[in-house]
Design a protein around this ligand. Structure first.
Ligand SMILES: [Zn+2]
Length: 275
C-alpha cells in the first residue's frame, strides 16, 4: 500500500473522500457530513469519536495509526461478507460501491434496512457467533437486575455510597432496549426534537447491560444542580465506573458505565464480557 497522507482540518483530495467513505460505511456518519473530499469540522468530529472508540489520542488528525485501524475495520467487514458468500473481491480496506452493494444484499436477505452501511444490527448479524442470544429483543428496564451482574453490584455500591453522602439518587434507566435507542437516535434526525444521542440500537452500553443512568432528586424533583452531579460523578468514579460527565462528544451527567475494556463493536462482533 502506498504511504497514506496525513489528514487534518482543511485537507482536501481523493484520500479525504476515501476516508469519508470508510467512516460512512462503518455507520459513523451520525452528523451527516458530506462525502466531498474536504476534511471539515463535521468529518473531524467523527474521526475523534472513532479514535476514542479505539483508545487512541482523540486529536482528529488522521495519521498512520488511525489509517491502519480504519482500513483494518473495513477489511474485517469485507472478509466477513466474503465468508457469507456476498463477494466483494479482495478485501482492500476501502468501502467502495462493491462493498456497499454487498452489504445491501446481505441486509435484504436478513430482514434489515438495506442502507448499505454496517449499522449495529447489521454488524451483529454479520459477525455474531451466538445467534441464540437475543439481547436485541429484550425490553427496557430500570431494575438493576437487568444489568450485567458485576455492573449491578457496582450500581448497588454506588447507591449506598451516595446515601452515605446524603445525596438522593434514583436509577432512571438500566438496560435500554435496542428499539428505544433507535428511537432516541432518530430524534432530531428523522423525527422532531433536538439531537440527544449518537448511538443507534446496539451502539450504547445500555443495550448490553453495562450502563445505567442516575437522577439526582431534590425536594421530590430531578435536580438541575450541576455541582451536585459532579459530586455524584466523582463518587461513581471512585468505584471504577466511567462517568458520562467526562464524555467528549455528548456530555451525559446522569450516565455511568463499566465496559470491561470492550467497545460496542467488540460486543456486536460477539465478544462476551466476563461474568
Ligand atoms: Zn446513559
Amino acid at each position: 500500500m502506498p504511504e497514506l497522507p496525513t489528514i487534518r482540518l482543511g485537507s482536501t483530495g481523493e484520500y479525504v473522500r476515501l476516508l469519508q467513505m470508510n467512516l460512512n460505511g462503518l455507520a459513523l456518519n451520525y452528523n451527516n457530513f458530506a462525502i466531498n473530499g474536504t476534511y471539515d469540522a463535521k468529518t473531524m468530529a467523527v474521526v475523534k469519536e472513532f479514535q476514542d472508540r479505539f483508545e487512541m489520542e482523540s486529536n482528529g488528525i488522521v495519521e498512520a495509526h488511525t489509517w491502519s485501524i480504519l482500513i483494518e475495520q473495513v477489511k474485517h467487514v469485507q472478509k466477513q461478507l466474503n465468508i457469507h458468500g456476498y463477494h466483494v473481491g479482495y478485501p482492500d480496506g476501502w468501502y467502495r460501491a462493491s462493498t456497499t452493494s454487498a452489504v445491501e444484499r446481505f441486509q435484504q436477505n436478513h430482514g434489515l434496512q438495506p442502507l448499505g452501511i454496517v449499522d449495529p444490527r447489521t454488524r451483529r448479524k454479520l459477525f455474531n457467533p451466538h445467534p441464540q442470544d437475543t439481547i436485541e429483543k429484550r425490553p427496557s428496564s430500570n431494575d438493576l437486575n437487568s444489568l450485567h451482574p458485576h455492573v449491578a453490584m457496582l450500581a448497588k455500591r454506588f447507591l449506598e455510597l451516595t446515601r452515605t453522602h446524603n445525596i438522593d439518587v434514583r436509577i432512571t434507566t438500566a438496560f435500554r432496549s435496542w428499539d428505544e435507542s433507535d428511537r432516541l437516535f432518530a430524534q432530531g434526525r428523522t423525527t422532531p426534537g433536538p439531537i440527544v444521542s449518537n448511538a443507534r440500537g446496539g451502539d450504547s452500553y445500555h443495550n448490553w447491560g453495562l450502563a445505567f443512568d442516575a437522577a439526582l432528586i431534590e425536594n421530590g424533583q430531578i435536580s438541575n444542580d450541576i455541582r451536585k452531579y459532579f459530586t455524584m460523578g466523582h463518587l461513581g468514579e471512585q468505584l471504577g465506573l466511567k462517568w458520562g460527565g467526562t464524555f467528549k462528544s455528548i456530555v451525559d451527567y446522569p450516565h455511568f458505565q463499566y465496559t470491561f475494556g470492550l467497545n460496542t463493536w467488540d460486543l456486536l462482533n460477539g465478544v462476551i464480557p466476563p461474568k
